[in-house]
Write a protein of this length. Sequence first.
Length: 201
Amino acid sequence: MNLPKRRSGRQHARACPDCAKEAAGLDADRLASMNWVSAQVGEHGWAVSGSHGDDNSPPWAYSVGMWLTCQSAELVICGVPMRSAAGLINAIGGRLADGDEIGPDDVLRDVCPAPLTIRPVDLSWRVTSLFALSDEFYGFVRPPYLQVVWADRDGRFPWEPKFQAGFQGLQPLLWLPRDDNPPGPWTRLDKASRTREPGRT
């Protein structure tokens, strides 16, 4: 499907009024979520959804719609408060919409104070609840995702020696098959856990 690329000259909505609301999984709530995503994609080129995190898992956020409107992979970032993650996704998404080539192993040093790098998401993560709203929006299509991985305060990434221990486990290694990740909250995400709709921002 060859759609024109959207340019990022538009202001992207920072948040929806009920982004902290967790839906009860009713059909009306799912329809409202799909209507919200469709409106965001139509107006801005993509929506940002995810989870605010809880006692069982850290927060995460991901784009929905970039693959359709920008012909680029979707983005996901984990372990950062959802509002901050949405800002990072929107900043990188704006660059993608403007035609920047950003792909696996690129290091971005000008988006935020900490360096970011990009890794492709392994397909085994698509059977989890990580991308619930994306799965519903795209149906049987599974667009590719790129993980935006952040460095610690010393500029080290999770796979590098001396990565700060306080940040361990906040980011899954989505470029590895799910079964190759250390056991933790990320490997426990599965379709059975889709008891709530992710937050939106």
